[in-house]
Ligand binder design. Sequence first.
Ligand SMILES: NC(=O)c1ccc[n+]([C@@H]2O[C@H](COP(=O)([O-])OP(=O)(O)OC[C@H]3O[C@@H](n4cnc5c(N)ncnc54)[C@H](OP(=O)(O)O)[C@@H]3O)[C@@H](O)[C@H]2O)c1
Length: 455
Amino acid sequence: MIFTIFGATGDLTTKKLMPALYKLHEDDQMPTHFLVNLIGRQIYEEEAFIEHIRAQIEGNYPNWDEFKTHLRYIQMDFTDPDAYVAFAEHMMSVAGYESQERIYYLATAPRFFPMIASALVGNGLVVKGNMRDKIIFEKPFGENLETAKSYNQLLLGLIEESQIYRIDHYLGKEMLQNVLMVRFANKIFESIWDSENIEHITIYAFEKETVKQRGGYYDRSGALRDMVQNHLFQTLALVAMDSPNGLNDRLIKDEKVKVLEKLEFSSPMIFGQYKGYLSEKGIPSDSKTETFVGLKMFVNSRRWSRTPFYLVTGKKMKDKRAAVVITFKESNCFFESGQPAKNTLTIEIAPREGLALTFNGKAPGLQSYVMPMKMDYCHLCNVVGNTPEAYEKLILDVIHDDASLFTRWDEIESSWKIIDQLEQLKTYEPLYQYEDESEMLAKLKSEWGDFLTYL
Ligand SMILES: NC(=O)c1ccc[n+]([C@@H]2O[C@H](COP(=O)([O-])OP(=O)(O)OC[C@H]3O[C@@H](n4cnc5c(N)ncnc54)[C@H](OP(=O)(O)O)[C@@H]3O)[C@@H](O)[C@H]2O)c1
């Protein structure tokens, strides 16, 4: 297998792709013969670049010396058409090139997708219909509906849909995959999964990090495009979709699209930018890009029309954490004392993976006092070793031609439709400057109510 990464000097490669490839190799999931081409624009000696990557990644890599023999650094500007000629020569000189699996990972900003894909096809490195040639496109796929459509049309002229993998690594996360299991494998949940019983649902993904070195990319994107269009909408679709007629990939995606097509938002939307953003590298001094978003949304369907979905994401938060919190309606209580708390089901995505269900029971003692109780399941604690990182799972799926955890075009299309509308409305909303998360959470609570205590 020849695995080529465009954007190898970037944050994603260092933080996620290299550890994932290393782990797959360590777990004997990579083919015996594999080569990883790391394509970057910066001038590095190969050895120095590989050492640089090793120095950047956290964790233990006892077999690094063996692993690194599979790595090549290729210096090229991927916007230069001539550079692909030399790259093609390199590729075709690899022993057994014709019979190798060839995977290209575009860990770049989306505007580079058409150019790189066209050059790969134009230089014979990716051949339409040859299932040995596959291209992985990082999220977000496009910058808005128009660009996403044009990229998609261009790609479908160049290669087959089955050679295209539009990645959203959230879908590779254990607890996202668990959403459907928990919902559809348990009678206790599925029969009460609607507006009749559920008061509201909150989906949040907080990042502690600022934009760091990624200003150039992030400022064109912002939280709406970087997080909501993909991770949060995909999570919402899994939580809200109707039961598919079978647990097969196509049927699940059909149901997710139905949810995305019925999404509606409600005012006000809350946007923030952390103080200090404008001084980050690569950020224009007058940038209006949001680093925090709070949205109240509805799914206009019989099942959900009265349940608000709160979507919240932000950078420079106190810590990295992500979860889905499902809050059920109050029960009619007739006990002696104590107001029963509303039941909640929390699907924890990060940092801990787990599930927590709160319910009410009798407090110990002579009287009938109602008391909140919690059942807590830690997903990581009950498995031997670590659960695979999302990128490991997804890269392995590409090797095995399995696109079930990748996004289909119509999911992306319906997500962009709504994001485009939000982008327009955003210009009329204030952009709050925040020092830390407490200021934005206070703002959310003042707009929506102080029930968001779990944030
Ligand atoms: N970082 C994450 O945790 C993360 C997570 C999920 C998804 N993603 C997605 O992954 C993509 C990349 O993100 P990132 O964080 O890795 O961005 P990044 O740190 O800005 O990296 C982008 C890479 O593209 C390279 N590049 C840009 N123009 C080039 C050119 N003309 N020729 C060769 N190389 C060029 C950059 O090289 P230079 O070093 O020379 O500038 C850099 O290596 C984005 O679409 C993002 O949404 C990132």
